[in-house]
Ligand binder design. Structure first.
Ligand code: A4P
Ligand code: MG
Length: 190
């Protein structure tokens, strides 16, 4: 029997260490993992650190990006993979929303709504975060966030404070629209 594959959207963030290399290495590991297919990463954006008390211009800037993929993993198997990759990159959990070498969030898992002790999906704060919406829109101009609507409209409403990564060359730029099929069908429109 062929395992059913589900469209997922992952978000990556790092504000300590070699941020770009950490995210790139994590993405390579996830893309090569069993149960992950058609992995498609956005370009990265330079973003202002958001803390529980608001944007912090003094904190180290983040690099953020998203990736669309198909998976035959269950939501919790996928979270296990994401947390294993975070851990391999030295992620230490201490301060909530504190500085980190790598954070990987599951934004969407097909059309599923999940609320248990380990997972809340769709991610409850994605709709109000330019550092998620901006790279997602670059990857998929037609993206829709389940429960909230079109990503272009959401981003226009909150404003985009993110910036392209300085010195990013064309190889780092997203392949515009390439992720549309992976995220646009099912996951995003469910
Ligand atoms: N968890 C529940 N739902 C999910 C999900 N959809 N994806 C649980 C991933 N994990 C999920 O996460 C705490 C617990 O959330 C996990 O054990 C998992 O079971 P964590 O990564 O240890 O802690 P955290 O990331 O500090 O907390 P939280 O609430 O997930 O924070 P966010 O929402 O991820 O925000 N500013 C900029 N510019 N860029 C950023 O990327 N990120 C954050 C973290 C804050 N400020 C930022 C950025
Ligand atoms: Mg997190």
């Amino acid at each position: 029997m062929i395992a059913q594959r589900v469209n997922v959207l992952l978000a990556f963030g790092a504000n300590l260490g070699d941020r770009g290399e950490t995210i790139a290495a994590a993405q390579r590991e996830i893309a090569a993992s069993p149960g992950i297919e058609r992995f498609e990463a956005s370009s990265l954006r330079e973003t202002i650190a958001l803390t529980p008390s608001g944007p912090d211009l003094e904190a180290p800037r983040y690099l953020n990006g998203v990736a669309a993929a198909e998976t035959s993993l269950s939501p919790h198997e996928l979270l296990d993979l994401l947390q294993r990759v975070e851990h391999e990159h030295g992620r230490v959990r201490d301060v909530r929303w504190g500085d980190r070498t790598l954070d990987i969030d599951l934004i969407l898992y097909g059309g599923r709504v999940i609320r248990d002790e380990r997972l809340t999906v769709p991610h409850p704060r994605a709709h109000e975060r330019d550092f998620v919406l901006s790279p997602w829109l670059a990857l998929d101009p037609h993206a829709v966030l389940m429960g909230h609507g079109r990503v272009d409209a959401l981003l226009a409403a909150i404003g985009d404070t993110t910036r392209p990564v300085e010195g990013a060359n064309e190889a780092n730029e997203s392949q515009e629209g390439a992720g549309a099929a992976a995220v646009g069908d099912g996951a995003a429109h469910a």
